[in-house]
Write a protein that binds this ligand. Structure first.
Ligand code: ZN
Length: 216
């Protein structure tokens, strides 16, 4: 993430991970990353039914954070929507306009040419090989005053990491810690909220806040 070179190794189950001293990110050794075919096969098995109430409740953790801060109508992007774009459907029902992007299921590159009032990224960042590059790009798409919501279970200490079920999904290659989001917030000049163990909210200052910040 921070391109730090100081990664401390964590070996478990015959797999090698590193924890970055700069940003706290834990990442799988690059040689162990799944191939695109393997990734696609795994994602095709995900049962992300937009009508499933349990899945909707899971996604509403992120959508509720949007609704608290950005009232409809507003224009959002769901980054990494997957094969069943349930969050897009839920946001549209709530009165938002939504675009969706996914490298496998909705590869519409036009989403990167406009700006958004909010961006959701649910159960996505743990799959990214270059999370810093992808998140910088998303942040650049957010309008002033916009909201980025990232849903992904956050990594704790090494001992808990070793026995963590979340680690065992072969497509989960990076794990954010609380401090990884702190590092991003500092990098972007964002306000950070961590309302849940698996939800992070990053707020982009609007023009007014930026002027206030400069006065201080
Ligand atoms: Zn780092």
């Amino acid at each position: 993430m921070c391109a730090g070179v100081d990664g401390r190794p964590i070996a478990c189950d015959g797999r090698l991970y590193f924890r970055c001293a700069g940003c706290g990110l834990v990442f799988l050794d690059a040689s162990l990353r799944p191939s695109p075919d393997r990734e696609r096969a795994e994602y095709d098995r995900h049962e992300n039914d937009p009508a499933d109430p349990r899945y909707r409740a899971f996604l509403s953790r992120s959508l509720d954070e949007v609704r608290m801060r950005v009232p409809p109508p507003a224009h959002g992007l769901d980054f990494g929507c997957g094969p069943g774009p349930a969050l897009v459907a839920m946001a549209c029902e709530a009165g938002y306009a939504m675009d969706a992007y996914d490298p496998f299921y909705a590869p519409d590159m036009r989403v990167f040419e406009r700006s958004y009032d909010f961006i959701t990224c649910t159960e996505v960042v743990e799959h990214l090989f270059a999370p810093g590059v992808e998140l910088d790009r998303l942040w650049s798409l957010l309008a002033p005053g916009g909201v980025l919501v990232v849903q992904s279970a956050r990594v704790l200490d090494d001992e808990r990491f070793r026995s963590w079920h979340y680690r065992r999904d072969p497509t989960h290659v990076v794990f954010f810690a609380d401090e990884t989001f702190g590092w991003l917030a500092l990098r972007w000049g964002a306000r950070l909220c961590l309302p849940r163990r698996d939800v992070a909210v990053l707020l982009k200052p609007d023009a007014h806040e930026r002027v206030q910040g400069e006065d201080r």
